[in-house]
Design a protein around this ligand. Structure first.
Ligand SMILES: *Cc1c(COP(=O)(O)O)cnc(C)c1O
Length: 360
């Protein structure tokens, strides 16, 4: 067996310890005589798994009691529709467009009501976060929407927008559990788990209880109503049971690692190694305005598409995989999520130094 350093943006690297534990429990989960994949989601043993996972997430994020935690399906993309269908009471919402995912969410919301694009960074290929201190928030906006960490472009809000009292909704798919958050500043926090938490197929929605109502857009399917899942503690129908089990294991791993403060420190150290190298390099350069740099996704270029391709190819041969940038931007991107060890980043930088010398 040999494992590579996987810099994929998602699905992405998971803690080796978690994968090993899951392998050990594959045939017989804690004396149940079966795999978690094979058990009823209504069984007592599975109830223990999902309840423990929720409690561990609540502990990690210090989620207040007036917020529900939902484990849903359909990926982050399904939330692009669920959010307007459930929250657009006035049929108005304000969107800040800082990348492809925010843009898709904005376009989807436009199907259900008036979705205003109140700020954007598209003018400079989404390489920065716009000033959000005094935006033209609509008086009747049901919510203000952001994508907090832009996976493709490598930007992150270092300060949340001033929503002027409106409910903040945030897609945190690629920065979920990477640092502490103040949940009370949000109405909804959601993310697909395949970036930083677990296997694709699970999306976690943390939603303030007063936002969960029966007053949804006419025709909203039962399965797309938050109330359906909140009332049933995420067990309205068969949940993505195995995926939730792995998420639970990652939550336990995060607790063991010292929680989100410790993760933030670990992530800052890792990102600094890479950004410091990029800032001093003659060959490589980062593409994001320094103050808006993500700790999770680090895009960089040489400025020469052929050299970029050569780098990606040679890196792969050396065991550093999935470094190719998103097809919409080109270049390279190293995603260095929670489970990427510091050693992986150090070795990548050593490899980049060597490549720089050889291609000077
Ligand atoms: C990956 C990603 C998505 C899309 O996730 P799916 O689960 O594939 O729908 C949405 N938003 C962000 C920020 C992402 O990184």
């Amino acid at each position: 067996m040999s494992r590579v350093y996987n810099f994929s943006a998602g699905p992405a690297v998971l803690p080796e310890e978690v994968l090993k534990a899951a392998a050990e429990e594959m045939l017989d989960y804690q004396g149940s005589g079966m795999s978690v994949m094979e058990m009823s989601h209504r069984s007592k043993v599975y109830d223990g798994i999902i309840k423990t996972a929720e409690q561990d997430l609540r502990d990690l994020m210090k989620i207040p009691d007036n917020y529900k935690v939902l484990f849903l399906q359909g990926g982050a993309s399904q939330q692009f529709a669920m959010i307007p269908m459930n929250l657009m009471k006035n049929k108005v919402a304000d969107y800040i467009v800082t990348g492809q995912w925010a843009k898709k969410a904005w376009q989807e919301a436009s199907k259900y009501g008036k979705a205003n694009k109140i700020a954007s960074s598209e003018d400079k290929t989404f390489s920065y976060i716009p000033d959000c201190s005094d935006l033209p928030i609509s008086d009747d906006a049901d919510y203000v929407y952001i994508c907090e960490n832009n996976t493709i472009y490598g930007t992150k809000y270092k300060e949340l927008p001033n929503t002027k009292g409106k409910t903040l909704v945030a897609d945190v798919s690629s920065c979920f559990l990477s640092e502490p958050v103040d949940v009370e500043k949000y109405g909804v926090i959601y993310g697909g788990v395949q970036k930083n938490i677990g296997p694709a197929g699970v999306v976690i929605v943390i939603i303030r209880e007063d936002l969960i109502t029966e007053d949804v857009l006419e025709g909203t399917p039962t399965m797309l109503q938050y109330k359906t899942h909140a009332d049933a503690d995420s067990l309205y129908n068969t949940p993505p049971a195995y995926g939730i089990y792995i998420c639970g294991k990652v939550f336990q791993w995060l607790k063991k690692m010292g929680g989100l403060e410790a993760m933030k420190k670990h992530n800052e150290e890792k990102a600094k190694i890479l950004y410091d190298f990029l800032d001093g390099s003659k060959l490589f350069k980062g593409t994001v305005v320094p103050k808006d740099r993500s700790l999770m996704n680090v895009p960089f270029i040489t400025g020469d598409a052929e050299l970029d391709a050569k780098f990606v190819k040679e890196a792969e041969a050396a065991g550093f995989v999935n470094l190719k940038g998103h097809r919409s931007v080109g270049g390279m991107r190293a995603s260095i999520y929670n489970a990427m060890p510091k050693e992986g980043v150090e070795k990548l930088v050593d490899f980049m130094k060597k490549f720089e010398e050889e291609n000077a």
